[in-house]
Design a protein around this ligand. Structure first.
Ligand code: URA
Length: 210
């Protein structure tokens, strides 16, 4: 596996993901589990976030203590399923800024088409963490990161729940500099571009639209 792939195998994440895959799981439960997993993945993806020292007063004395500057982080949600990852990430880094990229997959060609793009100002000072639960063909992820790179963020990481091997290969061929954090790498894509065994359409399951 490429050193740029961080397979997050923590048992809590794996357990919750198994529950999410079950076809009879309710929308409410699916969303809650995704929220919990995103908090745990946030812990992993922010592991080497830079800290700076500030002076504080404890009840006993003055000390120098580390803090992170959450405002320097931008969570970039790929609409619409990326929204399912946002709440959990924001629970852990509440000061983060949020960007959105709207892409849809052309059902015939599976190519990503952009319909929305909005980032905070001063991206060159920020670390971007791109969120999309499913890295399937990789076309949306590649297009999103292509576009994001035009804003010149300090760094980019990509977080997903499930990936197909084909999607990971496509993503790395186009963005070898961007690390991917993933909870599970499934067997393959089917003829409709779905990850199998997978968990179905993440957007529909998060929003209860099917
Ligand atoms: N998007 C999804 O929501 N599910 C897949 O399996 C592939 C892409």
């Amino acid at each position: 596996m490429s050193p740029q792939v961080h397979h997050v195998t923590h048992p809590l994440i794996q357990h919750k993901l198994t529950l999410m895959r079950q076809k009879d799981r309710s929308t409410n439960s699916f969303r809650r589990l995704l929220n919990e997993i995103s908090m745990l993945m946030a812990y992993e993806v922010t592991r080497d976030m830079p800290t700076s020292m500030i002076e504080i007063e404890t009840p006993l004395e003055t000390m120098q203590a580390p803090v992170i500057d959450g405002k320097k982080t931008v969570f970039v949600s790929i609409m619409r399923a990326g929204a399912g990852f946002l709440d959990g990430m924001l629970n852990v880094v509440p000061g983060a800024r949020i960007g959105h990229i709207g892409l849809y997959r052309d059902p015939k060609t599976l190519v990503a088409v952009e319909y929305y793009f909005k980032m905070p100002a001063d991206m060159h000072e920020r670390d971007a963490i791109v969120l999309d639960p499913m890295l399937a063909t990789g076309n949306s992820a590649v297009a999103a990161v292509d576009r994001l790179k035009e804003t010149r963020p300090k760094s980019i990481r990509f977080v997903c729940l499930l990936a197909a091997p084909e999607g990971l290969a496509n993503f790395h061929a186009n963005h070898p500099d961007v690390p991917v954090y993933v909870a599970a790498i499934d067997r393959q894509l089917n003829e409709h571009g779905y990850i199998v065994p997978g968990l179905g359409d993440a957007g529909d399951r998060i929003f209860g639209t099917k």
